[in-house]
Ligand binder design. Structure first.
Ligand code: ATP
Length: 272
C-alpha cells in the first residue's frame, strides 16, 4: 500500500508504512519545538516528578499524538506548552520564538482537558463570543453555524451550556478550538466522553483539518484513533518520552502487529 505523508512541500513524501524512516520523517519546519521540558510539582511538601527531559518537534501539517497511561504527564506537558503552567526546566518555541498571548488568542486552537465553558450561555452565544475573541477575519457570526455543523451540534445552538450532556459539551469544546480557523491545534483528549459515532466523526474532522494543512498535537487514550490519524506518535510513561516516531516503526520495535500490544509492552518494561 502506498500512502501520502506530510503536507508542507518540505516534508511531502510518498512511502510505504513498513519502510518509514523516522530520521527522514523528522519535520524540517517546526511549528512547535519543545526542548528539555521538565516539571516537578510540589504537593504537601513533597516533590512529585511529572515530566523529565521532554523533547518534541511538530512540523507544519503534521498530526502528532501523545499516548500514555494515566498520570504519564500528558496534560502536564500540554499545560506547559500552552503557557498555563511554568516548567521546572526547558524551553518551548512556537514558530521559532517564544509564545505570545496573541498566538494563544489567534494562531493556536486549544481544547483543554475537562473543558468547562460558561454554563449560563447558550451554545451559539458561547461560540460567537469565542469567535469574536480570536479577532480573526474568518471569525464572525456566520462561522458559528459552520462550526456547529462540523461538530454535529447545529440542532443545539440555542441550548444552554448547563443543559448539555458531557459528550455535547465536548463537541462545543472542539468547535471553540477551531474558532477563528487557527493553523495549529492542541487538543487534550478530543474524543473524551463521546459516543462511538461521535468519536469517528472527530477522527474524520481531524483528518479534514489535516487535509486543509492544519497542524495538530493531541493527547489520547484511544489507540485506534491515534493509529488512524497520526503521522507520528509519542509514548510517554511516568514522565519519560519513551518513543517518538511513526506507528509502523513502533510496531516494528516490539515485533507486533497491534498498537495496543506494543503500547502494553512499552509501558510494562518501565520499572515502577
Ligand atoms: P491522565 O491520562 O490520567 O489524564 P496525564 O498523563 O495527563 O494523566 P498528568 O495529569 O500530567 O498525567 O499528571 C502527571 C503526574 O503529575 C501525576 O503523577 C499526577 O498525580 C501529578 N500531578 C498533576 N497535577 C498535579 C498537581 N497540581 N499537583 C501535584 N501533582 C500533580
Amino acid at each position: 500500500m502506498v500512502i501520502l505523508l506530510g503536507h508542507s512541500p518540505t516534508m511531502f513524501c510518498i512511502c510505504r508504512p513498513d519502510l518509514v524512516d523516522s530520521a527522514f520523517m523528522e519535520p524540517t519546519t517546526p511549528i512547535l519545538e519543545v526542548c528539555g521540558l521538565a516539571k516537578t510539582y510540589r504537593s504537601r511538601r513533597q516533590e512529585v516528578p511529572a515530566l523529565a527531559d521532554f523533547n518534541l518537534r511538530v512540523g507544519a501539517g503534521e498530526i502528532v499524538g501523545l499516548l500514555g497511561p494515566n498520570g504519564a504527564g500528558k496534560t502536564t506537558s500540554v499545560k506547559m506548552i500552552m503557557g498555563l503552567m511554568h516548567p521546572s526546566a526547558g524551553e518551548i518555541l512556537y514558530r521559532g520564538r517564544r509564545l505570545e498571548v496573541a498566538d494563544l488568542r489567534r494562531g493556536i486552537g486549544f481544547l483543554p482537558e475537562n473543558f468547562r465553558p460558561n454554563p449560563n450561555l447558550t451554545v451559539a452565544e458561547y461560540l460567537r463570543l469565542h469567535c469574536e475573541l480570536t479577532g480573526a477575519q474568518t471569525a464572525g457570526p456566520e462561522q458559528v453555524g459552520e462550526l456547529l455543523a462540523q461538530v454535529g451540534m447545529a440542532p443545539y445552538a440555542e441550548r444552554r451550556i448547563s443543559d448539555l450532556s458531557k459528550g455535547m459539551g465536548q463537541r462545543v469544546g472542539l468547535a471553540q478550538a477551531f474558532a477563528g480557523d487557527p493553523d495549529f491545534l492542541i487538543l487534550d483528549e478530543p474524543t473524551s466522553g463521546l459516543d462511538p459515532i461521535g468519536k469517528s466523526e472527530v477522527i474524520d474532522f481531524l483528518l479534514r483539518a489535516k487535509a486543509r494543512g492544519k497542524t495538530i498535537f493531541f493527547c489520547s487514550h484511544i489507540l485506534s484513533e491515534v493509529e488512524k490519524v497520526c503521522d507520528r506518535i509519542g509514548i510517554l510513561v511516568r514522565g519519560e518520552l519513551r518513543y517518538l516516531g511513526p506507528v509502523a516503526e513502533f510496531l516494528q520495535k516490539w515485533q507486533v502487529a497491534d498498537l495496543e500490544e506494543a503500547f502494553k509492552k512499552e509501558v510494562q518494561c518501565v520499572p515502577s
